[in-house]
Write a protein that binds this ligand. Structure first.
Ligand code: IMP
Ligand code: MG
Length: 174
């Protein structure tokens, strides 16, 4: 595998997370906010985004795996790790690395809304354009990118490259 063209640089990510963090700070001022990161990919976004939020927040994580091939989502989601905390009457913000088919978030919204949070919203660093997906309102969004397979900043190819500080396309697979 070769690392291809950089789609979003480390500086661009930093600037965007600064904006997103400021918006979240403004919107949740005076509220009890729980950030829910979706493992593993979102751990990098979660860590960097949270440091641009200046109100007190709590963290929780879920780990999910979607059945299907390595690069194609099937829509059937399995919860590998559930939340540690109850979310009833709490303001919950789900933090995701990327929205591709949207099936993971669609499922998580359904699953978590049953627990009756005070509010349930979405933040995602990357949104793939040109992909058909169920309607999803992403309240805090980072960058729209072409529907290519990308790596870096939490996103992996066969478990690796999550540590790249930028987002790049995969050039060739061999
Ligand atoms: P979904 O298709 O929106 O349900 O995306 C599910 C998950 O697939 C995301 O949270 C990512 O972990 C992973 N994923 C989607 N697109 C990419 C990609 O381009 N590179 C790496 N992982 C991806
Ligand atoms: Mg993910």
């Amino acid at each position: 595998m070769k690392i291809g063209k950089t789609l979003v640089s480390a500086d661009e990510i930093e600037a965007k997370l600064t904006e997103m963090g400021a918006a979240i700070t403004r919107d949740y001022e005076g509220k009890d906010l729980l950030l829910v990161g979706i493992l593993k990919g979102a751990f990098v976004v979660m860590a960097d985004l949270a440091r641009h939020i200046t109100i007190p927040v709590e963290f929780d994580f879920m780990a999910v795996s979607s059945y299907g091939s390595a690069t194609k989502s099937s829509g059937v989601v399995r919860i590998l790790k559930d939340l540690d905390q109850e979310i009833e009457n709490r303001h919950v913000l789900i933090v995701e690395d990327i929205v591709d088919t949207g099936l993971t978030l669609h499922y998580l919204l359904k699953n978590l809304s049953v627990r009756r949070p005070a509010s349930l919203s979405l933040a995602a660093l990357l949104i793939k354009d040109g992909v058909e997906r169920p309607p999803l309102e992403i309240k805090y969004e980072g960058f729209h990118i072409p529907p290519e397979f990308v790596i870096g900043y939490g996103l992996d190819y066969e478990g690796k490259y999550r540590n790249l500080p930028y987002v790049a396309v995969v050039d060739s697979v061999d």
